[in-house]
Structures are given as C-alpha cells and as structure tokens.
Design a protein around this ligand. Sequence first.
Ligand code: NG1
Length: 466
Amino acid sequence: MEGINHGDKPPIIAEIPLFQRKRTDDLFASFENKYKKKPLFLARASGRVNLIGEHIDYCGYSVLPMAIEQDILMAVATNTNTELHLSNANSKFSDFVTDMTSFTIDQSRPEWHNYILCGIKGILERAGMVDTPQGMSIMVDGNVPKSAGLSSSSALVCCAGLATKHAHSLAFTKTELADICMRCEHYIGTQGGGMDQSICFLAKAGTAKHIEFNPIRAHDVSLPEGVVFVVANSCVELQKASTSHFNIRVVECRLASQILAKSKGLEWRKMRRLADVEKALGVSLSDMEEMVDQVLHPEPYTKDEVCGILSLSTDELNSESLSQNTLHVQSFKLHNRAMHVFSEANRVLKFKALCNDSSVKDPAQLLGNLMNDSHASCRDLYECSCPELDELVEICKKAGALGSRLTGAGWAGCTVSMVPNDTLQAFLKQVEDEFYAKDPNRRSKVAESLFATQPGQGAVIYQIHV
Ligand code: NG1
C-alpha cells in the first residue's frame, strides 16, 4: 500500500497520447471553427466506477473507486478580457457566454454549463481571484455516460477546475483541487461527498484507490489477479440535481447522526455525519450497528417526532438540518439508512483488507460476496436501486459474475460486476442477450453501455504545440 505525496500537482504532459489523437484533432478543429483561434492547452478528467462504498462518503466514511477510460476533454484558450465562452462538440448542448466576474449558477436548471461554472467559481474563490479572473474560451468533448452513476458531473466540475487553475497559473495540489471541487459542486444543489472529485484527481493507472476523508487521503488497492470489472448501464437516467432523492438521503443520515448523538449525551448539533458520532464515542462500526438497533426504530420518523426528540420547532429543524429541496419531506427512515451506512463502511474495510492481504489464497469470491451484500443493502435499506438495476444485477450474477452491484448514486444508471477473465466473453454475450437484445432502446446503446474497464489515470493537462 502506498500513500500519496500531498505536494503532488496534476501532471502537465507534453504530448497527447496517440490513442486520443483522432478525438483531440476533431476537438481542436471544432475549437478553431468556433473561436477563430487555436487552443492553448487541453484538460482531461475522467469518470469513475465505485467498486464498493455507496452513499457513505458524505457520512465521513471511506470508499473504493477507480477512474475509467471515458472522460471529459476541454480545449482551452485564454481571452484578453473577462469573458467566458463555453461550447460543446456535441450540438445537443447549447453554447453559453457570460462574464466571469458576475455569473450565477442556476440550481433550478442543472444544465451542462452550470457544472463548469461550479469548477470555475470554486477555483477563483479559493485563489482570491473572483474580481480579477482571466477570460477563457472552452470547447468540451465528453464520452462519460451522463446521469449513469459514472460521475459525469464531477468530471465536468473537475476538468473545469483544472483548466481554470492552469489558465491562471495557480499551484494547487491534487488534494487541494479535489477538496475545492468537492465543495464547489455543492453550488449545483446536491450535497454529495468527495469520492468523485478525489478519484478524479488522485487516480493512478492500474490501481483502484481506497479514499478516506477529512482530510482527503488515497491509497493504492491491488485488485485480484484473474478478474476484470465490467460496467453495465441499465439505460435508466436520473438527473440527481433535479430531484430530491439524493439530498433526502443526506438529510436522513444527518438526522440519524443527531438523534444517535443526543441519545448518547453528545453535543448533537455538532454531529452532521454518522462518522462524527462513531468517532466521538470511540467505538467500532459493529458497535454502531448494534446502537442503531437499540436507539432507532425501523418505522419512519415523522418530522414532528424528530422535532420532539431534538427539542426543535419545525423552522429550527429546517434551518439546522434540512436542505432547500428537502423542506417538504415529512417522514425519514433513519434506522435503515444508518444501518446501511455503518454496514457498508465495514464492507469497504473488509474489501480493502482482502485485496491487500497476500496470505488470502483466493480472495475473488469473498470480494464478490461483499459486492452482492452491498447491492442488497442499497436495495433494501437505502432504497437507492430500481427494478432495472435489480434485474441487471441478477442477470450479471447468472452470467457468471462473482459479485454485482449498482454503482454511484443509484435509482438509475450502472452496475459494476466482478467477472473471471476467462469467462469474460461468454459473460458479455449472455448479458447482452438477456438484458440488451430484447429492448430496442437498450439494444441501440449496448456498445457504450456494456464494457470491461481497467483502472485509469487521474486528471491531466496536455500542452498543445501549434
Ligand atoms: P454519482 O454517482 O456521480 O451521482 C454521487 C455523489 C458521490 C457519492 C455517490 C454515492 C456527487 C457529485 N457525487 O455520485 O459523492 O455520494 O453518489 O455513493 O454528489
């Protein structure tokens, strides 16, 4: 296991790799066509697949993702004024122009350019350059499936953050960039944790990462020999920023933390995350699971009941613990959400320990079992699956996956399965036949929806030679 050097900066690479050239040539041609000048540099940030550890980063617990090959590319030139011009190689996404000294991020319309504005705003604020920004013209090309749990939104935020850092000659490290982008993605309205932004900057080709928070730390995790991870998209999309599904879970975990803390005589107002309670009590994750059973009831809590336990008025509860888009929620499933979080946090530690323990002869099936348990917990306790994801998981297991689970926020999007190398082709064929072939919409998307993936590298800048 190897730590990261906290002084590490994102690499600046002199040559664009050959395999990217066709795509970047097209991107540069679109750039020149649009802006009548040449780009100065190219920023790249990839999507990710989370192998295990779902919905626990914002509770303060560690996760185990890896970067994937699909990415966001941004060709960038600086301007002589403070104007920002955004254009996308995919004409489905409209152009956007603003002044960088005075833009707002529209949470009610989470369109593509708002994610870029988040990254730009985060960097300018941290650098103290909100009033003195450098204008930029940007052409974007992305192939991370959107709203699919592969972190297309954070790839946009992080790529924009990296491009802004480079255009302003700022010296932020990878961990600083991850921290900035984790915070600034909240400008879009979802209160996520830091998994996506951390893996985006800290990923290393060939290894998954165990990522811890507060502060952000990342350690290499050697994946077992003889297996490959396969992503399969259910072809159901969920725009997380335009629904309250995600923030309701964040709020349920916060309320569970506060009620658990109050029951143990802790200063509950300071306990925003379930990990805060565990840390303050100095007990184990298994102890926390027992405590959940003792303190929280499985039936949903009404808002009035929560107010009563915490001795708060509804208005006080709204401002203390809820978010703008969860003010309307009247009942909260605190027991099941907290039980998922503590058990999932435990599974991440077991997964990492198995990967790093060379004395375990054949860890693959044990890892697969942890993935299967993770999916069951997401489905039954966290209720962040959907019928299509459940169906896909079952098909993947039947087709030979040692483990299969939803990945990312859920409610839609992708599964990740661990498949023996020697049965990969048969696995892909069976999943294609049983999930994709029968449905015309799924069939038309199978090429970009079902793929084996290897751990990719973190975000980089490529110099462009003109
Ligand atoms: P995706 O899958 O990109 O929607 C979201 C959060 C993560 C994490 C996962 C669930 C953001 C930017 N990302 O990811 O932090 O909480 O859900 O594990 O909010």
